[in-house]
Write a protein that binds this ligand. Sequence first.
Ligand SMILES: [Fe+2]
Length: 254
Amino acid sequence: MSIVRKIERDGLAVLPGLFPLPLLRRLRAEVLRRHESGELRERGLVRDIAGRYTSILPFEGPFLDARLYANPALAKVLPSLLGPDYRLSSLEAVIAESGAAAQYQHIDGPLRWGAGLSGLPPYALALATPLCDVDEENGPTALWPGSHRAAGPRLPSERAITRRYPQRRMTGRFGFSYLYDYRTFHRGTPNNSGEARPLLMLVFARSWYRDPNLQDVSAGVAIRERDLKKIPKRHRDLFLLAPAARRPLWGAKK
Ligand SMILES: [Fe+2]
């Protein structure tokens, strides 16, 4: 089944080997360096829940690789799912520290549910790539495929979702990714291992969508002006939500 069809039907598609392993190893080293020095939490923090924190990562160094932000396999499917002018909404690291507890079941967006939302095509998709092997011990994400269509006038209860949809836990060897609709119910499971479980998150969205999870931070896409200039022109519109790409108005100097 095609990725587009899986996302439409299940709100979830597992994508093995989307990124070359040498690239992923460089990204992992960079994420762990920033995590261990404390700067990831200090400079990029979006939220911190139950021993699991999410931070914005800057597009710097190995993250400026087009195989990451404009991945050719993804570029084939994202226009059909999010429209031709889709954008990067954020680049994040999610670190489930050793001992992280279970997260509550949730959707990533919107924060308020509405009866009409279930019929819409996707407006935001998260691509999650664990930066290590993931097994039952170290906190795989549990998702309920099909639940992106579970909209009613009220947010369904955890019990209703659990009863109606099967659960899938995202375990696998380092190198696999999974793409999910922002409306698909999911949760982080406990990390009972002795090590942190780092996960890379790239969020893509329709041009009009503004992620409510980012309201406490200045932006979800952090890139320096000089690095933005080096992004090939054909990919530059992906970065339109970065402050460096915003148009200064009325003579304001950048
Ligand atoms: Fe989430």
